[in-house]
Design a protein. Structure first.
Lengths: 435, 457
């Protein structure tokens, strides 16, 4: 009976909410005081019974002895936690709406060497996937292009804003799909010889592009930009050649990882991150020795070889970390980027540990992307991109109560919650005339 | 030649005798026992005799010769059941006609599929090895027990499990047949027609046989028997209530369509699979008594799941629909306990409700709930033991028991768990999945259309 009363009450409440939100709710900007919270700063420990002040889009105070500014909207977070917004170091979010409908897929341009193609320009700020993701506490994602060898420029975006520029989170990187000697899936029926041939040919193309980029850079430097003609591919690669921009090398098989490390050394590429790295545990020492960070994932994945231990994909992040590799975690997904904390949790349970797992989806990717001055932890001066939860976000039972992105209080509504509100107790039910 | 045939026939007759299922004796000591149907019991022992649960209680002494597992600090629950899977099968789609009711995945069981071991490592003891979704009426399916270690396909089958058949609505059958082969169905109208036509033809077929059977006993009858038709024979068995329909479906309208068709033909045993928009017709499903087997949070990988929600399982459950969470994936099957836990975030289901989604409810959907799906005396000893609560993301499945035999033990897990290694296989043969195409596993093996589907599906 009590349960019934509760159901009726919550139903009545959700009706009220529906009435109150006849329009799509908007974000809210202002000064907020989140009080009485347990604050997981990530970089400076846990603060019990603390307050976070949000003003002008930034975190302006953090601690136990913090005065609430006049006019601030006070949100009592008793029994709740504050975490920095989670960062997914590799997704298709924003550029892919329905992955099987080609018309809605914008992360895959024609061409092998097209680093000038910018993911940011194809990010759809009104994607239905974005609210679904951010209400789960994932506030910031790398939206990456895919396809050829140098498929384009990835962009870090915050999941709030009405134009790509409003969403841009201050990092762009050049993606490289390192020629693969592995198979792409059950449907890949090429012989080993064919695979090797294709990989060799691809490597030639990359090397050719890299040589050209170096020449272009030299010419550009010698003539102070006046002696070079319009060459968009090379213009896009030049900052990587110069060590000004990060090269994000997508690579999985152990042999390919070794080849990639060798290639990076030979070409003296200054700023590199390895992406995916499913076989990383096999060559973890070598990655660590090269001092190159990785963004690995998905963690919830099957092993790449039939003879591998069943839990290799879960354990990969932990094994790499143990060897001394800097590890961030990604989902490599679009519609279920919201599961990022669960990928981290699996890595945690199978060796990475909870603390490192949390870092792998907050401060570590922020550092890799060079935005740790703005994102990745709860610290004064950083962007107010954070969330309030009733527990550890890596646990499924935990609910996210509030989300702030760049100081904007995000409406906790998505297609998924709207359907829940409408259909939990559908009206009319089976009979159209019956209430 | 004739001799070979007759000896083959003899072998076929003998094979059930070969299908010797091993059953174990076992005592699981001092765990937190999650019975599913009768609450949780702290510091409790579970005694297994000859593959069945013979006693649940405290301080049970191990009879001589029994294996003893110390489950102190661990959670002991029924083996997880996946009502939608394609592991343990060498092929899944007979994508040649819109109606292939005559085929049966039981003829394609591959007991050496390492995915079975990996599923065990996720606490899963039974899966519904389904035909794919290329056809409006696909093939019959097999319920398998994860007796990994046997090389006998017959041993893998769950003896006595009810017959089931795969149906499929929406994009997959219309794409494969309408778009791919320019035959009906190209639309959801065509899908309904294919199913109604099959039911009507089977009804006629039954009438012809009934008439023949009634007549043949009569004196002086000289007529020939009607032509046997395996496809119509199967559909007739559906109409007689001997086969449970498991229907791949997404959109509310097509779900409602099949409810109406089944109502017209008096078919009661109906489970919808995937059923992403089931929440939109939850009252209708509940009223009909149709069940639903869903993903926890998969959506937007194809257009027909764009307007769906992760709250689906909770809405269905709260509307009184018997609901399960399935995998349809060799990956997802390894963490169904985690998928079930998502219903606590999306809709606030209780521990009991959430765990029922992967135990007793899928057992009901497969018609095996009197034998498995909960820890009760007399039931088969399919048991999963977890370090940590199974609904926590930090939990680790430690031991999985099928028929009282330990089939997975994390402590004794070896790197290479394959039973059979193809001597021609290249040693370093790795597969790196392209996650950018979230494949509909149901369409695997629809080879002829694969090129068309890849990137489109």
């Amino acid at each position: 009976m009590r349960k019934n009363v509760r159901i009726i009450l919550s139903f009545a409440l959700s009706l009220l909410v529906l009435v109150a939100q006849a329009q799509n709710p908007k974000g809210k900007y202002g000064t907020f005081a989140l009080t009485n919270a347990t604050i997981q700063t990530v970089t400076k420990g846990i603060i019990q019974n603390g307050t976070v002040i949000i003003s002008n889009g930034k975190i302006t105070a953090v601690g136990t002895n913090v005065a609430v500014p006049q006019g601030a909207e006070q949100i009592d977070c008793k029994g709740q936690w504050i975490y920095p917004g989670m960062i997914d170091g590799g997704t298709r979010l924003g550029t892919v709406e329905v992955s099987s409908v080609a018309r809605t897929v914008d992360n895959n341009e024609v061409g092998d060497i097209i680093p000038q193609m910018k993911a940011l320009t194809a990010v759809n700020p009104n994607s239905a996937l974005i609210p679904v993701t951010r209400v789960s506490g994932v506030t910031t994602v790398l939206s990456a292009p895919d396809g050829g060898l140098l498929p384009g420029t990835a962009a870090l975006i915050n999941l709030h804003g009405y134009t790509p520029d409003q969403m841009y989170a201050g990092f762009e990187g050049i993606v490289m799909n390192f020629p693969s000697t592995g198979r792409r899936g059950f449907f890949d029926r090429r012989t080993d010889e064919e695979i090797k041939k294709a990989a060799d040919k691809a490597m030639e193309k990359i090397n050719d592009a890299w040589e050209k980029a170096i020449q272009y850079h030299k010419l550009d430097s010698a003539t102070k930009g006046k002696g070079v003609s319009y060459y968009p591919e090379m213009q896009a690669l030049m900052p990587v050649v110069r060590g000004e921009q990060l090269l994000m090398i997508e690579v999985d098989a152990s042999k390919d990882i070794q080849s990639a490390l060798k290639w990076v050394k030979e070409k003296k590429v200054k700023r590199v991150v390895l992406m995916g790295v499913q076989d990383g545990w096999r060559v973890a020492d070598e990655i660590a020795k090269a001092g190159i960070p990785v963004i690995t994932g998905p963690v919830q994945a099957v092993p790449s070889r039939e003879y591998d231990r069943y839990d290799r994909a879960y354990a990969n992040a932990g094994l790499m970390k143990k060897a001394g590799v800097t590890v961030a975690i990604r989902t490599a997904n679009a519609e279920n980027v919201r599961n990022l904390p669960y990928h981290a949790a699996y890595a945690a349970a199978y060796g990475l540990g909870k603390e490192e797992a949390l870092r792998a989806i907050t401060i570590v990717p922020a550092e890799i992307f060079g935005v740790a001055d703005k994102l990745g932890s709860i610290e004064v001066g950083k962007s107010a991109t954070l969330f309030v939860s009733d527990g550890d976000p890596m646990e499924t039972k935990t609910n996210i109560k509030q989300v702030f992105i760049d100081g904007w209080q995000i409406p906790m509504v998505s297609r998924h919650t709207q359907f829940y509100d409408e259909f939990l107790k559908r009206d009319p039910g089976v009979s159209k005339t019956q209430k | 030649m004739k001799k070979i045939f007759s000896s083959l026939f003899l072998l076929a007759l003998l094979s059930p005798a070969w299908a010797q299922v091993q059953r174990g004796n076992l005592l699981i000591k001092n765990g937190t026992v999650i019975t599913i149907t009768k609450g949780n019991l702290e510091n409790t022992d579970v005694l297994v005799k000859d593959g069945k649960i013979s006693q649940i209680g405290k301080g049970i002494a191990a009879p001589a010769g029994y294996q003893v597992i110390d489950a102190t600090g661990m959670h002991v629950m029924p083996g997880i059941i996946d009502a939608h899977s394609h592991i343990g099968l060498s092929t899944i789609n007979e994508a040649t006609q819109p109606n292939t009711a005559q085929v049966w995945t039981g003829d394609a069981v591959d007991p050496m599929d390492v995915s079975i071991y990996r599923a065990l490592a996720g606490g899963v003891t039974i899966s519904h090895a389904m035909h794919g979704s290329a056809n409006a009426i696909g093939g019959q399916c097999e319920t398998i027990k994860h007796r990994y270690g046997t090389v006998d396909a017959e041993v893998m089958k769950m003896e006595g499990a009810p017959r089931t058949i795969k149906f499929a609505l929406g994009e997959n059958p219309t794409r494969v047949h309408g778009e791919g082969n320019s035959i009906v169905p190209r639309t959801r109208m065509g899908v309904e027609f294919v199913i109604r036509e099959a039911f009507n033809e089977a009804k006629e077929y039954m009438q012809v046989w009934d008439a023949y059977n009634a007549a043949k006993g009569q004196k002086g009858f000289r007529g020939a028997p009607p032509v046997y038709d395996g496809r119509k024979e199967t559909i007739a068995d559906i109409l007689k209530g001997n086969i449970i329909i498991h229907c791949h479906s997404y959109r509310a309208d097509e779900i409602y369509m099949l409810l109406r068709v089944c109502k017209d033909f008096g078919i009661k045993k109906l489970v919808f699979q995937h059923v992403n928009e089931g929440f939109k017709v939850a009252p209708e499903l509940a009223e009909y008594g149709a069940m639903a087997s869903v993903f926890a949070d998969w959506w937007a990988y194809k257009f027909e799941v764009y307007y769906s929600t992760a709250y689906n399982a909770a809405i269905l459950t709260k509307n009184g629909v018997v609901t399960s969470i399935n995998s349809d994936s060799e990956e997802l099957i390894r963490h169904l306990y985690h998928e079930a836990a998502k219903t606590q975030k999306y809709g606030g289901l209780s521990d009991e409700e959430a765990l029922a989604l992967i135990t007793i409810n899928p057992a009901k959907q497969l018609g095996i709930d009197s034998r498995v799906g909960s820890l009760e005396v007399g039931k088969e000893a399919d048991i999963a033991i977890f370090k940590g609560h199974p609904l926590s993301t930090f939990t680790i499945p430690m031991i999985t028991v099928v028929d009282g035999l330990v089939r997975f033990d994390r402590e004794k897990d070896a790197d290479d768990q394959r039973i059979y290694v193809d001597p021609k296989q290249v040693a370093d043969n790795a597969t790196f999945h392209e996650y950018k195409h979230n494949h509909d596993n149901c369409l695997e093996g629809a080879e002829m259309t694969m090129t068309k589907l890849f990137g489109l599906n």
